[in-house]
Design a protein around this ligand. Sequence first.
Ligand code: PRP
Ligand code: ZN
Ligand code: MG
Length: 225
Amino acid sequence: MKNRDRLRIAIQKSGRLSDQSQDLLSKCGLKFRSSRDKLFCFGESLPIDLLLVRDDDIPGLIEQGVCDLGVVGRNVLREQELSVRARGEAPLFGELRALGFGRCRLSIAIPQELEYEGVAQLSGLRIATSYPSLLGDWLRENQVDARTVVLSGSVEIAPRLGTADAICDLVSSGATLVANQLKEAAILLESEAVLAGASVTPDDERGELLELLLRRLDGVLQVRE
Ligand code: PRP
Ligand code: ZN
Ligand code: MG
């Protein structure tokens, strides 16, 4: 990766985390020349630029050294961390700070009419999810022998379509579960937006910028508590 003298932060282009991600960065004193119609925003107050991308791409962009930091859900970060480990490699990215917004949980949900009696009940079921690594890990830990059906979206509809018996997806208000006649059975992960970064701090100007940004961020987060 070519050496850069400016720091780059990736955030979600559009979605549940985008507004609050932008808001947090501006509270840290960062100002950018253009806004969300452009995918690259030049930092005016500090040599820190912004990249607007799909949240799922953020860990990979950090891993490739395209970005130094990213604001992403812990669920996405952990999922990709586990899938890197499953390849026998060590992830080059990790969680630097929990940001306190975008709270949700990754849960198993089952049809409303079923009584939930514990994890053993999930054995033999087909569980639809966009988080196969997190689900697989949890199933192994709980010694449940279930089949994972990977879907990239609209996971909640799978039981009604008959393609799965249960789901493992994010729950925030719970409205999507209710709308699909499902109920939460077990929580796998408590999630929120986090600041992700490379496991190794760059030892050039970017390292110092990163320190500065983290100090400002910690100040902002402390006031919010
Ligand atoms: C997320 C998640 C659930 C829903 C949960 O989907 O995958 O489907 O939100 O929120 P609720 O409990 O408040 O209803 P999102 O709408 O972000 O779209 P996606 O699944 O396409 O990412
Ligand atoms: Zn996404
Ligand atoms: Mg969804």
